[in-house]
Design a protein around this ligand. Structure first.
Ligand code: ADP
Length: 370
């Protein structure tokens, strides 16, 4: 069992730098939770407080119900995998993996058993006699993970472990860590700035910005029900489009008027948008929720000009411009597109979002944070 609870956790560094503010997170036993956000949002600091590598300024940290604030790192039964692997260059792979157990005075035969078992799980048995410099980036990463596995910790912490690998290897290691999570049945907390890693690996994602948690939820929940414009724009690639529109009443109905096109909110959206008549809001629509059409319906049509065409094979991304704004659509590669051409798109309004221009909060629904 290993449940991790952060209650009102905050961190202020020397010099009055507030890195984390009132973080409330529950990581359930065996859950894979990803902390994601742009650089400097406080995710590493949060992880390091869990590991005990940083003092906790405010709040309480519990592991399996036990208060951990003042427990030294070595007694927290946690293993951390770092971005730079932190391997000892003069030691063999075997010794690197065994080191943590040796200093804990684990019996030699037990060390041998655990190192061999971890090496088998990670498929690095043939590398045990090598030194780190004779390993590829991916192999070093596996050794760093192996060093965590042998400790048999309650919780694994990963701090951007894949950011030094090339794109292809990153995809492979991503799948390996997910697979490892299932095989070890362990509680894992993983920090990354990469929303694709967060989406593909996390059971639960914690989105952070400026030291504050924005929203917590499963990948698809966050994708479909972002609480604010930041989460909506951060999760998903290419990101959600945001167009400034004015809410106006027309023929007894509400429409969102961009100046060069109009779209019709659903009945439910219209109800919430009543309070915004005459005001500007952000209309959010994902690139895949824009459908190319040759038979536009005036009340729900976005007429735009193609400025860039990106053929990716399975799909084509079109960069489009209205009179003053721009957006991206994910389209079928089977149609013919020409730069400069004026085209029509039907937005799938059920998936469309509206955000308050000042608070940037979602207007038409109140998504939960967990
Ligand atoms: P992230 O992991 O999301 O990139 P960090 O947790 O590393 O963010 O940093 C959060 C904030 O705290 C940043 O503004 C960073 O500059 C600041 N910070 C990090 N470490 C220290 C430190 N040792 N002393 C002072 N400020 C720090």
């Amino acid at each position: 069992m290993a449940k991790v609870e952060l209650k009102g956790i905050g961190k202020v560094y020397d010099g009055n730098v507030r890195a984390v503010d009132n973080a409330n997170i529950t990581v359930e036993d065996r859950e894979f939770v990803v902390f994601v956000g742009p650089s400097g949002c406080g995710k590493s600091t949060t992880l390091r407080m869990i590991a005990g590598l940083e003092d906790i300024t405010e709040g309480e940290l519990y592991i399996d119900g036990e208060l951990m604030n003042d427990v030294p790192p070595k007694d927290r039964n946690i293993a951390m995998v770092f971005q730079n692997y932190a391997l000892y260059p003069h030691m063999t792979v075997y010794d690197n993996m065994a080191f943590g157990l040796k200093i804990r005075k684990v019996d030699k035969a037990e060390i041998e058993r655990r190192v061999r078992e971890a090496a088998r799980i990670l498929d690095i048995e043939k590398l045990l006699d090598r030194k780190p410099k004779a390993l590829s980036g991916g192999q070093r990463q596996r050794v760093a993970v192996g060093r965590a596995i042998v400790r048999n910790p309650k919780v694994f912490l990963f701090d951007e472990p894949l950011s030094n690998l090339d794109a292809k290897l990153r995809v492979q290691m991503r799948a390996e860590i997910s697979d490892l999570h299932h095989r070890l049945n362990a509680t894992m907390i993983y920090v990354t700035h990469d929303q694709v890693e967060a989406m593909t690996m996390g059971d639960k994602i914690v989105v952070m910005k400026d030291g504050k948690i924005q929203q917590i939820g499963s990948p698809l929940y966050l994708y479909n029900h972002p609480i604010n414009k930041f989460v909506a724009g951060f999760i998903g690639s290419p990101p959600m489009n945001f167009l400034t529109v004015k809410i106006v009443e027309k023929g007894g109905k509400l429409v969102a008027d961009e100046g060069s096109f109009e779209v019709s909110p659903t009945e439910e959206q219209a109800k919430a948008l009543k309070a915004y008549i005459g005001k500007e809001v952000f209309f959010g629509i994902r690139p895949e929720d824009l459908t190319y059409t040759t038979t536009p319906v005036a009340s729900n049509n976005m007429q735009m000009k193609i400025s860039v065409i990106e053929p990716l094979g399975a799909e084509t991304h079109l960069f489009l411009t209205t009179k003053t704004q721009s957006c991206v659509a994910r389209c079928s590669p089977d149609n013919k597109y020409t730069i400069g051409e004026t085209v029509n798109f039907t937005p799938f309004m059920e998936k469309g979002k509206f955000f308050d221009k000042d608070t940037e909060l979602s207007i038409c629904e109140t998504p939960t944070t967990e």
